[in-house]
Design a protein around this ligand. Sequence first.
Ligand SMILES: Nc1nc2c(ncn2[C@@H]2O[C@H](COP(=O)(O)OP(=O)(O)OP(=O)(O)O)[C@@H](O)[C@H]2O)c(=O)[nH]1
Length: 390
Amino acid sequence: MGLFDRFKKKNQEKAEDLASSEELAKAEQPALISEAEDTPALDAKVEVEEAEAESEADAALDPEEKSEDAEDKSSEEADQQAVYEEGLTQSRKGFADRFNRFLANFRSVDEDFFEDLEDTLIGADLGFDLAISISNQVREAVKLENVKDKEAIKELIVRLMVESYERQGENEDQSMHFAPKGQPTVILFVGVNGVGKTTTVGKMAQRYKDQGKKIMLAAADTFRAGAVKQLQEWGDRAQVPVVAGPEKADPSSVVYQAVERAKDEQVDILFVDTAGRLQNNVNLMQELAKMNRVIQKVLPEAPQEVLLVLDATTGQNALQQAKLFKDSSEVTGLVLTKMDGTAKGGIVFAIRDQLHLPVKWIGFGEKASDLRAFSAEDFVYGLFKDLVKN
Ligand SMILES: Nc1nc2c(ncn2[C@@H]2O[C@H](COP(=O)(O)OP(=O)(O)OP(=O)(O)O)[C@@H](O)[C@H]2O)c(=O)[nH]1
């Protein structure tokens, strides 16, 4: 089943769950009011209670079906979905407002319609190329499928966006890569200043520490005075060591020390926070290349990941930064931060369309638990759940 069909199915299931819990609440309410009398409403409540008791008894009789593992997994999934839904609130509203405004003017599918559609998609941060491509596909589909009413048009546009996302990432590897057991994995974080590198290093350190890994951090952002201190605070919080040099030290020398130490102390993962001056700064790219050489002197197979951190609130500008970094360093994946602070979730589609790099992580806030592995399903659901009717 494709991503869009899975989204539709989930949307439908959620709507049914909501309807049945509303029905249950309705059945309970009149019963409470007329508790003293032996009314049909009370009977309804008793029936519901009996049904609940029965299903509880069933569950107790069938322990295999309700194993603890399955419960843990489903509560983890529910938690993850809730974080996505909450973190995408602004983007979801932004998309819905934009689409509703666009469709409010809808009379017929004519040239004005396509112009408005393109503006709407560009406004949602899908980027020019993808907006035109979706608009052309809508043109074809409208002809072929004879789509006329507003709801069907809305659904068609969402379907085309989701399908284009899926198509672009056919061979994409979203998983994290690690060194063979017994050797440290090195993960380098790159990106311009202020995008959230240090914060992401801190969050990820906490996450892998909680999974029982031995973690070390390297403060190679020696450019900004506060960056080392900020990383040390995350290190203290997660109780993991931070390797730092003196102020304005050569970042590569800090990295060298850290890699040697990580190897000696049999660390599982070394996270390296780097400085992010302007993207057109040739020195920055040279510095990243130097760091790579220094790491490979000690660990020839490292770094296993070079994660480019992008700030979702900067929209198309993030895309331009990503192109520059991609051209001059071996980026293996993206971290999209501050997704909670944008009303234009379309940047994820633009990145997929233009870069062919996997988004591996997504940040929904400043707390350690706000960083999540990227899930296309949870993302699509969080973004479009209110837009497509069942
Ligand atoms: N709302 C929100 N804020 C975030 C997120 N990630 C990071 N931030 C905030 O963004 C600001 C910049 O984050 P940093 O981690 O310092 O950015 P940096 O890339 O290391 O910056 P430099 O050290 O200057 O290169 C901080 O105030 C963070 O708390 C996120 O997912 N959501």
